[in-house]
Design a protein around this ligand. Structure first.
Ligand SMILES: CC(=O)CC(=O)C(=O)O
Ligand SMILES: [Mg+2]
Length: 231
């Protein structure tokens, strides 16, 4: 993204790589047996399409047929340089900054996918499933593993955790992911959610933040077709 501002990360062709089961309290609330994300003790990785990005000012759309839409507040890591097979010790050099993100999830559809062993593409990747805040430059965050991360629905606190509770650290995750998938400037890595995920419905207001660094506000709504232009 040379010469371009990272403020635009959500408008470019940026991948969203998401990490699941990275906080023990969330693993517990979801009823998972072990604290390792996978049988091999490696992180659980999935992707969201770029069409999942939504910025403040637009609504989070409830996907068709969804009766159980959950919020998951997450620290988003914005990649600054092409990263391929990066060593853990050098991984932070590839970080441009951070953002507050929501990993919106159709929980019923995800449960069905888990039961059937099918991918989470629709339950995690539907349009507007990745609301993001503004870009926070790396220099504004002395320690990304010591940040309060919180989420409120209609003013009521639902999630209040700390990034110090991540099971897999940011350098480990970048190294692990780039061993398989090359990351490009503007790509975003969602680092998992702490406990407290809960359902939202039309009209609810979700606020989320990372410490005092960044705060976002999104309203939950339904899809509104753009007005037809008369030729
Ligand atoms: C169980 C999940 O939905 C995994 C996930 O996204 C997480 O943040 O943990
Ligand atoms: Mg998540």
């Amino acid at each position: 993204m040379s010469g371009r501002s990272f403020e635009k990360f959500a408008e470019l062709a940026s991948k969203i790589i998401a990490v699941g089961k990275n906080y023990a309290d969330h693993i517990k609330e979801m009823g998972y047996a072990a604290t390792s994300a996978t049988k091999k003790g490696e992180p659980l990785i999935f992707m969201k399409p770029t069409s999942a990005f939504v910025k403040e000012g637009s609504k989070i759309e409830i996907p068709p047929g969804c009766a159980n839409l959950h919020h998951e507040v997450e620290l988003g890591v914005v990649i600054g340089r092409l990263a391929k097979k990066v060593r853990e010790e050098e991984a932070m050099q590839y970080v441009a900054g951070y953002t507050v993100a929501l990993d919106m999830t159709d929980r019923d559809l995800q449960a069905t996918a888990k039961k059937n062993g099918t991918p989470w593409t629709i339950p995690k990747g539907f349009d507007t499933s990745c609301p993001v805040g503004s870009f926070i430059p790396k220099k504004a965050v002395p320690d990304p593993h010591a940040l309060r991360i919180w989420c409120k629905v209609n003013g009521e606190t639902r999630q209040d955790g700390t990034t110090s509770d991540m099971i897999f650290s940011i350098p480990f995750l970048i190294s692990y992911i780039t061993n398989y998938i090359t990351l490009y400037p503007g790509d975003v890595v969602l680092t998992g959610t702490p406990a407290g995920v809960s359902g939202v419905k039309e009209g609810d207001v979700i606020e989320a933040g990372i410490g005092d660094l960044s705060k976002v506000r999104f309203e939950v709504g339904t899809y509104e077709a753009p007005a037809q232009e008369n030729n």
